[in-house]
Design a binder for this molecule. Structure first.
Ligand code: G6P
Length: 611
């Protein structure tokens, strides 16, 4: 996602900012900008690469000053263009900010400020921060900290912010909540950054900020204020010993692990701003309420993990919106002369938005005149551009070949579609919608608690790393999640793994169960739990090692399973977002045990642009 840097010191800020941003390029971006305090705050920003920004800065004769902020933007709200690039200033020009994250209530805030006569220039959620800051600024006696305190009360969502005011040529304010931001300690200068690589050339020492703590940086001092009392707090200094490449992975050994850990934030970004008090808000999709009511059938089309997300989507959308959903592999769909009717909708899912088969399926749907909706991560990708509507998954750039946060946020969007269509079609009771929305909002934190149980997955991996076969069984949504869990195992650890609908096992596959065969039994669906218990017993009786993944409280499985992983309680339809986490991590640790290159598995490519 976006990258932030900030500098206050006694040398030229621009050089530090540009070089710092270049170390954050791995986060992905489509535009960039810097703001430097000279006699006033000057901002230079542009769509495109950092080289474009550098050229623009040079063309404008440089930008001199010892205080500044910089940003690489990965578009979420509004197209990647010059105007939507950061930094963003208030209407008066007094306040300038850079932001990473998503302000979930930005539309409400924007409406409120516009009603008060404030004019906005961009489509971004970020601009409400600079405008709101300016709005409160005079009432707070032009005190930056006092103003920021008032602003924070109004913001909902995730943010890392760097803030400048024309009244303070010597200071930089920073705050974060659910988005990364570190404070770098220099000599006679200090820094902020989204990630350590951005400051590593200047310092190895940094502070971490907790949610909503405010940091005030000058060249000589860093003051961190408590999130509740705003009293100054003391902080331990962290010292990095990594090199740049390790630092880009945030200290993790592999991007995949980093991305697994980014899942709570990614899911929060994906669903947070779309779950509102008034119901689900789905960006600017043009598929009307009338069309939703008259829907004949939905076709979900995708490849790989995106296809697995689509299968979860089938269960969710059919249940909530009571419309038949077919799920197709893109490579099959395009050649099977699919029967589509005018009142159908095609949903194409893709992390990269460039997968050749998915693109071909999109074109086939369009050729037949069917409305197309893309669920895509990469902003401005081919799929996003060519579809009638697009819903971005907002996962941020994904580098590891095996997707994790990409899949997780695809689930997020599909849950939202189920709720949105269900409400429009009148098939979802308001109480059920409210309960599901609440459960959906709670998911990111539940994902985090599962990720934190690291040692459990490591121990399981150590025990099973030498196995050559594994099965993952489940029913309903659990079966859909099993497919993704099984694929992770195949992709990165090269264990032959198969996902099976648990009830189908006895029709053939059970003959493959031998003493010690690893069977992961996913059993989170309340109405199917007993059935799954019986299926687990069937494999156990044939000597399998049963690893069960169940909801908290389902302790009766302990009588059958060799090992049980409990997931937090959630609605049955949402369980895939939780059950997949242990499976991702077990696959990861098995791959490590087997000495595999986790980020670049053999024979695989991140983006498959050939048939
Ligand atoms: C490749 C990747 C998979 C991904 C699939 C679809 O095979 O290795 O992780 O699920 O492509 O990619 P897409 O970008 O369309 O989601």
């Amino acid at each position: 996602m976006c990258g932030i840097v900030g500098f206050v010191g006694h040398r030229e800020a621009a050089e530090f900012l540009l070089s710092g941003l270049s170390k954050l390029e791995y986060r992905g971006y489509d535009s960039a900008g810097i703001a430097v305090f000279s006699d006033r705050i000057r901002t230079i920003k542009t769509k495109g690469r950092l080289a474009d920004l550098r050229a623009k800065v040079e063309a404008e004769g440089g930008i001199s000053g010892c205080l500044g902020i910089g940003h690489t933007r990965w578009a979420t709200h509004g197209a990647p263009n010059d105007i939507n690039s950061h930094p963003h200033s208030s209407m008066s020009g007094r306040i300038t900010v850079v932001h990473n994250g998503i302000i979930e209530n930005y539309l409400e805030l924007r409406a409120e400020l516009e009603a008060a006569g404030i004019r906005f220039t961009s489509d971004t959620d970020t601009e409400v921060v600079s405008q709101l800051f300016d709005f409160y600024y005079d009432d707070c006696g032009k005190d930056m900290v006092e103003t920021l305190k008032k602003v924070l009360v109004r913001l909902r969502g995730s943010y890392a912010l760097g803030i400048l005011s024309t009244d303070y040529p010597d200071r930089l304010l920073a705050v974060r909540k659910d988005s990364p931001l570190i404070i770098g300690l220099g000599e006679g200068e200090n820094y902020i950054a989204s990630d350590i690589p951005a400051v590593l050339e200047s310092t190895s020492d940094y502070y971490l900020l907790n949610d909503n703590e405010i940091a005030v940086l000058t060249a000589e001092s860093i003051t961190i204020l408590d999130a509740q009392t705003y009293a100054p707090v003391t902080r331990d200094i962290y010292h990095v010993t990594w090199d740049i490449s390790a630092a880009e992975k945030g200290g993790y050994d592999y991007f995949m692990m980093k991305e697994i850990h980014e899942q709570p934030e990614a899911l929060r970004n994906c669903v947070g701003s779309r779950l509102t008090e008034e119901g689900i808000r789905l960006d600017d999709i043009t598929f009307s309420e009338e069309q939703m009511k008259n829907l004949n059938r939905i076709h979900i089309i995708a490849c790989g993990s995106a296809w697995h997300a689509g299968i979860v989507g089938k269960y969710v959308i059919e249940e909530l919106a009571r419309v038949p959903v077919e799920v197709d592999l893109a490579s099959e769909f395009r050649y099977r002369n699919p029967i589509l009717s005018p009142n159908d909708l095609c949903i194409l899912i893709s992390q990269s938005g460039e997968t050749a088969d998915t693109m071909a399926a999109l074109r086939e749907a369009k050729r037949q005149g069917i409305h197309t909706l893309a669920v895509v991560n990469a902003v401005g990708s081919s799929l996003a551009r060519e579809s009638d509507d697009v819903l971005y998954t907002m996962a941020g750039p994904e580098i590891a070949v095996a997707t994790t946060k990409g899949y997780m946020t695809q689930l997020g969007v599909l849950y939202l579609i189920g709720l949105y269509f269900g409400a429009a079609r009148g098939t979802l009771k308001p109480e059920t919608a409210a309960k599901l929305s609440k459960d959906l909002y709670a998911l990111p934190d539940q994902v985090r608690t599962l990720i934190e149980q690291d040692e459990v997955y490591q121990a399981i991996a150590a025990e099973h790393a030498a196995k050559e076969h594994a099965f993952v069984i489940g029913r309903g949504v659990d079966y859909a999640a099993s497919m993704e869990g099984s694929l992770k195992m195949k992709e990165i650890s090269y264990i032959h793994s198969e996902a099976y609908a648990a009830g189908e096992l006895k029709h053939g596959t059970i003959s493959l169960i031998e003493p010690g065969t690893l069977v992961i039994a996913v059993a989170t669906q309340d109405t199917l739990y007993e059935k799954l218990l019986s299926n687990a017993k069937e494999v156990k009786a044939r000597g399998a090692y049963v690893l069960a993944i169940v909801k908290e409280g389902c302790t009766s499985i302990e009588a059958v399973a060799d090992k049980v992983i409990y997931i937090p309680t959630t609605d049955d339809l949402l369980a895939a977002a939780l059950t997949v986490v242990p499976m991702q991590l077990i696959a990861y640790y098995i791959a490590i045990e087997r000495g595999c290159d986790v980020d670049k598995p053999r024979n695989l490519a991140k983006s498959v642009t050939v048939e």
